[in-house]
Design a protein around this ligand. Structure first.
Ligand code: GLU
Length: 568
């Protein structure tokens, strides 16, 4: 059977059909990106459909999260759930709704009944115990268990089942035929006759199974090309049998390999817990750091490697342990300050290549160039180092105004405390002071937490560089003033400044250095940096002093002098 274009689009119709069971994994994002690019580059249509027929796993919040993530990536849908984009655009809707499967039961029932009426599907009343017994029998015969039609039941028998409170599933009579799957990515594969069992198409709760809903919806929504994860490859045989039984068109299929970690393991949300468990072990922690997770959550999590912390708890614990959690889901990358256009570019390279040396491109390029012929069959390895390098390059090349605007958006979402603490001028200064040293939109915030602290909460890091800069534990090489001496002297000068600007501070410090530090500005700047930020790393020092503010700077320097003097 050949594929037909949909009646209501000129080009191919693709869809992304997530089951809203959590966050959008990068693998899912890549499937969406490929599906989107394929149709949009060919004057086609891209649909989002929420496959929420598994009542236990689905949640509305999760679907909204998915939509937000997709929109953020620049993947906008022509049809699908309605969504108000941050720029005010209304996305979604369309003539083939509802785009939530849980609201389409009537349609599925209609087609299910058609199959029953035509003898192509049947009610099966087995209890789970009965099914278990059948499974055991098959095992005893060393056969794989495949459910087959077990003969018609009489009206009396049916009434008896109903009276017992049993509920039937509906099974598809698959017939023992060989099925050849054509796959544009993987090539053809044939499932021998008898491989496909009489699978369930309607569950006891009246909901369709994934197989049934996907087939009905792809037909009714006019889907011509299905790109999805490789784990669905053999499911496609079931879908093809159903399409034939229902007289539906057959879309073109392409199954995409999974994305793996460089060490060949699957990129899974458990990776975060793995990193945290390792850090906890290394530090020999027996209780959760204060303000991270509850004692109860901790006990459950420590006691069982299969238990995962919720995202917020994991983030808090990661911050307390100073470990970077591996990003797995789109919103993890967003939170870490990756740019959506970079993430799309990078995801596309994980499983596709435009050929030649081209590595950097935008979604427009991808739309124009993406085709199934260059999609890779084998799993891609997700190289975070390369992703970060891509992101750094993009941030370096960004006009400063864009950087500031995008960091502000990022802060609104993830770092509101910086917006609360810094007025507009100082926020802008933080941006200009940070761009050069930033690899992500989060770096200006992540690296400068000292700005938020109360002056008496700033801790000075007692490390080699700090000791050296302040002259703790060693006499200065020239027998003159130590860093701490300079800090004490410059503190008095700064306190007397009437103007607190970079240039006023810099000229005062330069004049001081010329007279007392052999014109070595670093001898003054480094102790100052430690004094106001707690360590030897911060944005340029004069910017840093302005960011901290005069009053706080003096208060912090005083504390630093006291702290260092006690160690001397
Ligand atoms: N809901 C399925 C999933 O999330 C969709 C598979 C498909 O695209 O057919 O895996």
């Amino acid at each position: 059977m050949s594929s037909l274009p949909s009646a209501n689009a000129a080009g191919p119709v693709t869809r992304f059909a997530p089951s809203p069971s959590g966050h959008l994994h990068v693998g899912g994002a890549r499937t969406a990106l490929f599906s989107f690019s394929f149709s949009k580059g060919r004057a086609g249509k891209f649909i989002i459909r929420i496959e929420d027929t598994d009542q236990k796993r689905s949640s509305d919040a999760a679907s909204v999260g998915f939509l937000k993530d997709l929109e953020w990536l620049g993947i906008r849908w022509d049809e699908g759930p309605e969504f108000l984009a941050p720029d005010g655009a209304r996305i979604g809707g369309g003539p083939n709704g509802s785009y939530f499967q849980s609201e389409r039961l009537e349609l599925y029932n209609r087609y299910c009944q058609k199959l029953i009426d035509e003898g192509k599907a049947y009610e099966a009343w087995d209890t789970s115990e009965e099914l278990e017994a059948l499974r055991k029998d098959a095992m005893a015969r060393k056969e794989a268990f495949r459910y087959r039609f077990r003969g018609p039941i009489s009206a009396d028998q049916r009434a008896k089942f109903v009276a017992e409170g049993r509920q039937p599933v509906v099974r598809f009579r698959s017939g023992e035929v060989a099925v050849t799957i054509h796959d544009e990515v993987l090539g053809d594969a044939t499932l021998p006759a008898g491989e496909v069992d009489d699978f369930v198409i309607r569950k006891k709760d009246g909901f369709p199974t994934y197989h049934f809903a996907v087939v009905v919806d792809d037909e009714l929504m006019g889907v011509t090309h299905v790109l999805r994860a490789q784990e669905h490859f053999t499911n496609t045989a079931k879908h093809m049998l159903l399409q034939d039984a229902l007289g539906f068109r057959r879309p073109v299929y392409g199954h995409l390999s999974i994305i793996k970690n460089p060490d060949d393991s699957k990129m899974s949300k458990r990776d975060k817990d793995k990193v945290l468990r390792k850090a906890v072990k290394e530090r020999g922690l027996t209780a959760p750091p204060i303000g991270t997770v509850t004692a109860d959550e901790w006990t459950k999590w420590i006691g069982d490697d299969n238990v995962q912390l919720d995202l917020e708890g994991a983030i808090r614990l990661g911050e307390a342990l100073k470990v970077q959690l591996p990003e797995i889901n789109v919103d993890d990358f967003r939170r870490s300050g990756y740019l959506p256009e970079v993430l799309c570019n990078f995801l596309a390279l994980n499983g596709w290549s435009p050929g030649g040396d081209v590595e950097k491109f935008d979604n427009e390029f991808l739309k124009q160039r993406f085709g199934l012929d260059r999609v890779m069959k084998t799993p891609a390895k997700f190289d975070r180092v390369k992703l970060l390098a891509f992101n750094t390059d993009a941030i370096t090349a960004m006009p400063p105004d864009d950087f500031a605007r995008r960091c502000r958006e990022h802060a609104r979402q993830y770092r509101p405390e910086f917006l609360a603490r810094l007025d507009d001028a100082r926020f802008a200064l933080l941006m200009t002071a940070s761009q050069e040293r930033s690899k992500t939109l989060d770096d200006p915030f992540k690296a400068n937490g000292f700005l938020l602290l109360a002056d008496d909460a700033l801790a000075f890091s007692d490390d080699k560089n700090v000791r050296k800069a302040l002259g703790i534990g060693a006499a200065p090489a020239d027998g003159g003033r130590t860093g701490l001496d300079h800090l004490t002297a410059i503190r008095a000068i700064l306190a007397g400044l009437s103007e607190w600007t970079q240039s006023a501070i810099e000229s005062a410090a330069t004049a001081y250095a010329a007279e007392h530090a052999g014109a070595k500005i670093g001898a003054v700047a480094q102790p100052l940096r430690i004094g106001v930020s707690g360590s030897t790393v911060s944005p340029p020092i004069w910017d840093t002093l302005v960011l901290v503010g005069k009053q706080s700077a003096i208060a912090r320097i005083d504390r630093c002098i006291g702290w260092a003097a006690a160690l001397r």
